[in-house]
Write a protein that binds this ligand. Structure first.
Ligand code: ADP
Ligand code: MG
Length: 325
């Protein structure tokens, strides 16, 4: 069991940023509206995530560390869920197997008279005790990969690991404007989003207020797709595609063709080698998307992709139009 978890961890938990992603997705799944991420040494020393979500019931905390013991299969009605199925019930056991894990959690209702404090090391539960009630869940992951030296060796620079972490948090902040995220790195606040539900405000939290002000709202739809979001004015560009965020039914995806459709929308307004800042949310019937790819990769196959590309390009052209008049 412990070994199986360690093997699964090799698949799902590549680096500190993978831990951050999994824990944040759990917090979001638990309907948290405020999430604070505090990391030390780019997450290698510690990652602490505090949320105000539903919490975990007393008798389910230990279960959450068992592979496939938990499942969110109840509501498979959106793409979001379908993709989580790939490794459902695998993240926490995987993380636990390669770190020292502390979970402090309570449920809001009166079914449990106390909360829970659980401590595990390398997947072995050392402590599972009642604890004072709190709001939501706090999960701390320390000494990641302490028992997998090969994985630790593959981690090259703290700077690179930190940028992977901020990338994960940026994308999730943009995908979830309704959640207020705070990132604290070695005691210093690096990001704070409002959690107001407004995408432009989320953009302000991630890229700064002046950037957010230079974003144009876009909106377009046909029978199959609905495209909304914000794209930067042509004078506000970056040297790489990293500032383009494409969401499919609210979930971050990587899709080369949609990126190209975004750039196409700018036409000659964009200098060669420059890319816009963009956050584009595509709503689609889940039947038109094939998410049956590797769970940790955000690649998706979309039917009628050509139509979607044209729709995206046109939405951007329309938004940029007033400028040229
Ligand atoms: P899943 O694929 O279900 O997300 P995980 O291993 O990531 O599997 O988490 C296991 C279970 O632990 C979840 O299904 C959920 O019930 C519970 N859980 C984990 N993190 C939280 C959290 N922050 N708040 C509430 N419940 C959580
Ligand atoms: Mg999860």
């Amino acid at each position: 069991e412990t070994l199986a978890n360690k093997i699964a961890a090799g698949e799902v938990i590549e680096r500190p940023a993978s831990v951050v992603k999994e824990l944040l997705e759990n917090a979001i799944d638990a309907a948290a509206t405020q999430v604070t991420i505090s990391i030390e040494e780019s997450g290698l020393k510690s990652i602490e995530i505090t949320d105000n979500g539903e919490g975990i019931a007393r008798d389910e905390v230990a279960l959450a560390l068992k592979r496939h013991a938990t499942s969110k299969i109840k509501d498979v009605d959106d793409l979001f869920r379908i993709r989580t199925l790939g490794f459902r019930g695998e993240a926490l056991p995987s993380i636990a197997s390669v770190s020292e894990l502390t979970i402090n959690t309570s449920v809001a209702d009166n079914a449990d008279v106390s909360g829970t404090l659980l401590v595990a090391k390398g997947g072995q539960i050392l402590q599972n005790d009642p604890a004072p009630k709190r709001v939501g869940t706090q999960i701390k992951v320390e000494n990641l990969f302490f028992n997998t030296p090969a994985r630790l060796k593959y981690i090259k620079s703290l700077q690179a690991e930190l940028s992977h972490i901020t990338d994960v948090i940026n994308r999730l902040s943009l995908a979830h404007p309704e959640v207020a995220f705070t990132l604290i790195n070695d005691g210093r606040e690096m990001l704070k989003t409002a959690g107001s539900g407004d995408l432009r405000q989320a953009i302000a939290g991630v890229y700064g207020i002046s950037t957010a002000k230079k974003m144009l709202h876009i909106s377009n739809a046909d029978l199959d797709f609905e495209v909304t979001g914000y794209v930067s004015l042509p004078e506000l560009t970056r040297a790489n595609r990293n500032y383009i965020t494409v969401l499919l039914n609210g979930r971050y995806i990587k899709n080369y063709l949609i990126n190209r459709a975004i750039v196409d929308g700018y036409g000659s307004k964009l200098m060669v080698g420059r890319f816009p800042i963009a956050v584009i949310d595509i709503k689609i019937d889940p039947f038109l998307a094939d998410v049956n790819v590797h769970p940790t990769k955000q690649e998706v196959r979309i039917s009628k992709e050509k139509d979607l590309m044209l729709l995206v390009t046109k939405a951007i052209k329309q938004a940029l139009q007033p400028e040229t008049l």
